[in-house]
Design a protein around this ligand. Structure first.
Ligand SMILES: Nc1ncnc2c1ncn2[C@@H]1O[C@H](COP(=O)(O)OP(=O)(O)OP(=O)(O)O)[C@@H](O)[C@H]1O
Ligand SMILES: [Mg+2]
Length: 324
C-alpha cells in the first residue's frame, strides 16, 4: 500500500504568555492509502494539535517549528496559504470535536456545504450536490434541511452536517477529531458507523482521534498512543492490544475490563501528565510509571522497534525486571 501522508519529526508550539507549550514534540508517523489510523491518549497530550498542524488550522498562537508533513509527497509545512487552502477541504477534510463551534449559526446549511464545492459548479448543480451529500450522511428530509440553520438541528444531525461538509469536495484523507464526543451515547454509535461506512465506500484514509479504546480497537488498522506531545507507542491494532509494551499503554489497557466493548473510555492513571511548558529531563511518563528506574529520570528514551512495525518509547521496551 502507498503512503498518503508522512509526518516526520513534527514539532508544534503554542505561545502562551511568552512561554512555549510543546504540544506536539517530535511526532512521526505515516498513513497508508485506505488506512484508519487511531490517535489515542489523555486529554491535553496533543492529538488535536497534531491534526490541526496537518491541515494548517492551528490557533493564532500556534506554530509548526520543525518537521515535515508530506501529503502525497508534497510538504504541507512549506506550502503557501493559498496552496494549502486548495488541499484543505479538497484533498484533506476535517471533522472537529465540537460541531456547534464549527458550524456558522447565521448561515444556512446549504450555503455552508456549497461553499466547499468547486467554484466551477453551477448554482443548480451545487444545490443538487448539497442535497445528495445530506442524503448520504443519513438526513432523511435533505431538501428541506438545506434551508435550515445549525441551531435548528439536533446534535446528531449537526454532526452529520459536519461530515457532509467535510466530504463535500471528496477528500482522500479525513481527519476525525473525536467526532462523537459531544453526542449522546446512542447517537455516537450511529455516527461512528456512518463514518466508517462512508470511509469504506469513498475509499478514504482516516485519522481517528478517540478517547474510546473499544472504538479504537474495532475501527483502526494502526494506533499511536500519545503522551505529553509524543508518540509513546505505535503499532497495528492487534499487537497493541495483545502485547502493549509501554507502561503508559499498559496502564490504559489494564484500567478497563473488556477492551472490545464500546464505551471503554480511558480511565485516568494515577498522577498528572507533565506541564508541557516545562518538560522533565528524562522520560515524560517517569513520575507516574510504576517501573521507573534512575535512568528514566535522567535520559529520554527513544522510540524503539520492539517487533516488526511495533514501536515503544521505553528504556526497558516495556519489560523491566519488575515493579519498583
Ligand atoms: N491555543 C493554545 N494556546 C496554548 N496552549 C494550547 C492551545 N491549544 C492547545 N494548547 C495546549 O496544547 C496541549 C495539547 O492540546 P490538544 O488540544 O492537542 O490536546 P488533545 O490531546 O487534543 O486533548 P483533548 O483530548 O482534551 O482534546 C495542551 O496542553 C493544551 O493545553
Ligand atoms: Mg483534542
Amino acid at each position: 500500500m502507498d503512503e498518503i501522508l508522512k509526518v516526520s519529526n513534527l514539532k508544534t508550539v503554542f505561545y502562551d504568555n511568552s512561554r512555549e507549550v510543546h504540544a506536539v514534540n517530535d511526532v512521526s508517523f505515516s498513513i497508508r492509502e485506505g488506512e484508519t489510523f487511531g490517535l489515542i491518549g489523555e486529554s491535553g497530550c496533543g492529538k488535536s494539535a497534531t491534526c490541526r498542524s496537518i491541515i494548517g488550522l492551528l490557533k493564532e498562537n500556534g506554530k509548526i517549528t520543525e518537521g515535515e508533513i508530506l501529503y502525497k509527497g508534497k510538504n504541507l509545512v512549506k506550502m503557501s496559504r493559498k496552496e494549502l487552502e486548495k488541499i484543505r477541504g479538497h484533498e484533506i477534510g476535517m471533522i472537529f470535536q465540537e460541531p456547534m463551534t464549527t458550524l456558522n449559526p447565521v448561515v444556512k446549511i446549504e450555503t455552508q456545504i456549497t461553499e466547499c464545492l468547486p467554484k466551477t459548479m453551477s448554482r443548480a448543480d451545487k444545490k443538487k450536490r448539497a442535497e445528495e451529500l445530506l442524503k448520504m450522511v443519513g438526513i432523511a428530509d435533505a431538501g428541506q434541511r438545506l434551508s435550515a440553520y445549525s441551531y435548528e438541528l439536533s446534535g446528531g444531525m449537526r454532526q452529520r452536517v459536519m461530515i457532509a461538509i467535510a466530504l463535500a469536495a471528496g477528500p482522500r484523507l479525513l481527519l476525525a477529531d473525536e467526532p462523537t464526543t459531544a453526542l449522546d451515547v446512542t447517537i455516537q454509535d450511529q455516527i461512528l458507523k456512518l463514518l466508517m461506512d462512508l470511509k469504506q465506500e469513498l475509499k478514504m484514509s482516516m485519522i481517528l482521534v478517540t478517547h474510546d479504546l473499544g472504538v479504537a480497537s474495532q475501527t483502526c488498522d494502526r494506533i499511536a498512543v500519545m503522551y505529553a506531545g509524543k508518540i509513546v507507542e505505535m503499532s497495528d491494532v492487534h499487537a497493541l492490544f495483545l502485547n502493549p509494551c509501554h507502561p503508559y499503554t499498559r496502564g490504559l489497557l489494564e484500567s478497563i475490563p473488556t477492551i472490545s466493548k464500546k464505551g471503554s473510555r480511558l480511565i485516568p492513571i494515577e498522577g498528572m501528565p507533565p506541564n508541557l511548558k516545562k518538560l522533565p529531563e528524562g522520560c515524560a511518563f517517569a513520575p507516574r510509571c510504576r517501573f521507573c528506574r534512575s535512568i528514566c529520570l535522567q535520559q529520554e528514551p527513544q522510540l524503539q522497534e520492539v517487533e516488526t512495525g511495533h514501536f515503544s518509547r521505553c528504556h526497558f521496551r516495556g519489560e523491566p525486571e519488575g515493579e519498583k
